[in-house]
Design a protein around this ligand. Structure first.
Ligand SMILES: NC(=O)c1ccc[n+]([C@@H]2O[C@H](COP(=O)([O-])OP(=O)(O)OC[C@H]3O[C@@H](n4cnc5c(N)ncnc54)[C@H](OP(=O)(O)O)[C@@H]3O)[C@@H](O)[C@H]2O)c1
Length: 352
């Protein structure tokens, strides 16, 4: 499987490490046989070699030279030129989210690859939040997949679960703590920190969005809520239409007050379908110890999925890190690989 990577940031480099220098730690990933043919970045140079590149060498070179300039496979081709003309099987879109640009340029990256009949895997929330239906239909028309498991809850199986275990169920509602950075900041405030210091600590841990206002202003949770609503409820949600409460000094005071009353303030993201109408909101609410959301600590997250046939299903994640996100991307790649094999078997059997 030949990959074209867009972005060589935290997630992409972790993925590269898992497939090379750390591969002995993850034996079940070895069957993936994913070979990079190209990597595009915004400002650190691009590389391309249709015969394949080497993960470990790329990591080493990138680290030693702070980019790909001067690499033997360095190319002046732009990101979009590589997506349009390079020889690859799967586009792995790992560029940063832009809310102000409505998910661009990632939406265009994904659309261009799908138009060429390439498979797409992404951890970027933008494409599924801002253009889900169009991209899903395009993928369907071209007979390829558009997978984005890591876009919500860092690789924990949300979309995989819905696709497989919930085939016969209609999802009726979604409620979760989706922004682990805000959860961490609220916990720091409970422990006596000011909002500014709590935010600074989150930045030092590297868990804030590149633009921390995406966390504080509820954009990150709103965008994730749209990905969930679009993909699981088959609605057309837009981040701009999600009501958001901002994490400010008033909310910080509410968090301290809630603690005095034996409760914890949580940022909740919720979709409530109401016939044809659908409301999505991101808000703060004090929860009691009996509430499952109470125990979500640090940079953890939780998602409650309501269905027409089953009792609510809860997915909870404790302090995920970059390995979780990179794993979600790799699991999507495994799904593509296994699809290809089962399709091949199916057609070969039919031919017999
Ligand atoms: N970090 C997490 O734990 C996590 C969890 C879930 C989902 N995600 C999502 O996964 C994606 C990657 O996250 P990350 O933490 O790896 O981000 P990151 O460290 O900020 O890396 C982003 C990468 O994208 C590149 N890039 C930006 N615009 C580009 C363009 N137009 N063409 C080519 N490359 C471009 C950047 O290049 P330069 O370095 O040259 O600027 C950089 O290499 C993001 O969408 C993020 O929201 C991340």
């Amino acid at each position: 499987m030949r990959l074209l990577l867009i972005g060589f940031g935290n997630v992409a480099r972790t993925l590269a490490e898992m497939l090379s220098v750390e591969k002995n730690n993850f034996p079940r990933l070895n069957r993936l046989q994913a070979i990079p043919v190209g990597i595009a970045t915004a400002a650190h140079g691009n590389v391309y070699n249709k015969n394949g590149l080497d993960w470990a060498e790329l990591l080493q070179y990138f680290g030693a030279h702070s980019g790909f300039q001067g690499h033997s496979s360095f190319t002046k081709n732009t990101t979009l030129q590589l997506i349009e003309y390079a020889d690859y099987d799967v586009l792995v879109e790992l560029s940063a989210l832009s809310v102000s640009e409505q998910g661009e340029p990632a939406v265009r990256h994904v659309r261009t690859a799908l138009q060429r009949g390439k498979q797409v895997v992404t951890a970027n929330k933008g494409p599924a939040a801002f253009a889900f239906r169009a991209l899903r239909e395009l993928a369907g028309a071209k007979g390829v997949r558009f997978l984005f498991e890591s876009a919500v809850m860092d690789g924990a199986p949300v979309f995989n679960l819905a696709r497989t275990a919930l085939r016969g169920a209609t999802i009726t509602g979604i409620r979760g703590i989706l922004n682990s950075t805000v959860n961490y900041i609220l916990q720091e405030i409970e422990q006596g920190e000011s909002l500014d210091t709590a935010l600074e600590k989150a930045k030092q841990r590297g868990i804030t969005e590149t633009d921390p206002s995406y966390d504080l202003h509820g954009w990150d949770a709103a965008v994730k809520l749209c990905v969930l609503g679009n993909a699981l409820l088959d609605k057309e949600l837009h981040p701009g239409n999600i009501r958001r409460e901002i994490l400010d000094e008033t909310v910080a005071a509410q968090a301290r007050q809630a603690l005095l009353r034996g409760m914890r303030l949580k940022q909740i993201a919720e979709i409530i379908p109401d016939g044809a109408l659908i409301t999505g909101k991101v808000f703060f609410s004090a929860v009691r110890p009996v509430d499952r959301f109470y125990s979500v600590s640090g940079s953890g997250s939780i998602l409650q999925i309501g269905t027409d046939v089953m009792a609510p299903i809860i997915i909870q994640q404790s302090d995920p890190n970059l390995y979780d996100t990179a794993y979600g991307v790799l699991n999507d790649l495994l799904e593509l690989r296994e699809n290809r094999i089962s399709r091949h078997l199916f057609y070969s059997e039919k031919l017999k």
